[in-house]
Design a protein around this ligand. Structure first.
Ligand SMILES: Nc1nc2c(c(=O)[nH]1)N[C@H]1C(S)=C(S)[C@@H](COP(=O)(O)O)O[C@H]1N2
Ligand SMILES: [Mo]
Length: 379
């Protein structure tokens, strides 16, 4: 199915009761919805999606501070802290360090994707299904930079700091702060953690963090720091704003809730077609199409229910698969009967984790992975 702009126009008015609708229509027919004007936050129209890679024009944009336009020629990445040899690297230095650059697809989902489905309504950007996408990223593994600097054996975490700065009102930040997040050293050394200068075969665009960003495969998007300016290797856990007051959730030890930073994406599936409030003909086979992902794990199966969760049948997984990538799937509903119908999908990963039916309040307003039903009319 091609990216279809009419589908968007047909379904959007009913499907987005809460959103200020300002679709950005691009030359290739893809649309994004402006969730916040300044700083720029754009949501993909997930109902447009049907393929493994997400075109850059259709990819969601999530910014906490104004988009930066940095000069690639004068750009330097600093590497400091618990390292033998602090570094200052230009883009050319990074290309040389890479020896052979790597190009691989990785899926990124914002930890707030699906926030509109929370009850009671939550503060924060009210994303529907479109704060997720998969791009082909070109760059080098973060581990190569760490090896070049020589990580000391007291090291515990790696802080990634963006060049963008600003003040957060709620909860209040201590004045102007930069966007930064840390990774445990073990994760930082995994091959799915990259520093990228290209997205889908072209230089990174300013909105996606040009000239250099981190892409942390398997983790929610907040870990993939854009406009990456500094790497600090530290010997104690980092407690920065974006992993303590923001982007954290409650884990329980002996029933006692304790705040921890958000890390890996939870097992989840979404239905792209049909979309909410679509009208489809009765008695004719209907193709249900969607995507599923499970962070660092692989998708083992996706089940679909066309009777509001009473019964489930297995969907067919698409051939295209990749580590830390979503998996597309489809299901043929043989003969839909007339009426208001609730359809759902539920994913299971290769570790046996199943997408939950109920929302877990300990996850606060993030990691929104519970099964959401789509209502359509069969006529
Ligand atoms: N420097 C910086 N990096 C950032 C952010 C940001 O605001 N500033 N937002 C993060 C969040 S919450 C997400 S979901 C992803 C979004 O990446 P994208 O805008 O390329 O889709 O970037 C992450 N990296
Ligand atoms: Mo995010």
């Amino acid at each position: 199915m091609p990216l279809d702009r009419r589908r968007f126009l047909r379904t959007s008015a009913a499907a987005l009761p809460l959103a200020a609708l300002a679709p950005h229509l691009h030359a290739d027919g893809t649309t994004r919805i402006e969730r916040v004007h300044a700083p720029q936050n754009l949501e993909s129209n997930f109902a447009d999606f049907n393929s493994f890679l997400t075109p850059t024009d259709a990819f969601y944009v999530r910014n906490h501070f104004p988009v930066l336009k940095l000069d690639a020629a004068t750009f330097r990445l600093k590497v400091e802290g618990a390292v033998e040899k602090p570094l200052e690297l230009s883009l050319d230095d990074l290309r040389k360090l890479a020896v052979e650059e790597i190009k691989r697809p990785l899926t990124m989902e914002c930890a707030g994707n699906g926030r509109v489905y929370l009850t009671p309504p939550a503060r924060g950007v009210n994303w529907q299904q479109g704060a997720v996408g998969t791009a082909d990223w070109t760059g080098l593994p973060l581990s190569k930079v760490l090896d070049a600097a020589g990580v000391k054996n007291t090291a515990l975490e790696v802080i990634l700091e963006g060049a963008d700065r600003g003040t957060i009102a709620e909860p209040p930040s201590p004045g102007a702060i930069s966007f930064s997040r840390s990774l445990p050293l073990a994760k930082a050394r995994q091959s799915e953690v990259m520093l990228a200068w290209e997205m889908n075969g072209e230089p990174l665009r300013p909105a996606h963090g040009a000239p250099l960003r981190a892409v942390v495969g398997g983790w929610y998007g907040m870990a993939s720091v854009k406009w990456l300016a500094r790497i600090i290797v530290v010997s104690k856990p980092f407690q920065g704003f974006f992993q303590s007051l923001d982007y954290s959730y409650f884990q329980r030890e002996g029933g006692l809730p304790s705040l921890v930073p958000i890390t890996a994406m939870q097992v989840k599936s979404q239905i792209a077609q049909p979309s909410a409030h679509d009208v489809v003909p009765a008695g004719k086979p209907l193709k249900i199409v969607g995507a599923a992902w499970a962070g660092e794990h692989d998708i083992a199966k996706v089940e679909v229910s066309t009777d509001a969760g009473k019964s489930w049948a297995e969907a067919k997984l698409d051939d295209r698969a990749g580590s830390c990538c979503w998996r597309w799937w489809e299901f043929e509903w043989k003969s839909p009967a007339k009426g208001q119908m609730k359809i759902m999908s539920r994913a299971t990963d290769n570790k046996g984790n199943v997408q939950p039916m109920e929302r877990d309040a300990d996850k606060r307003t993030y990691m929104i992975s519970h099964v959401v039903s789509i209502e359509i009319e069969v006529r």
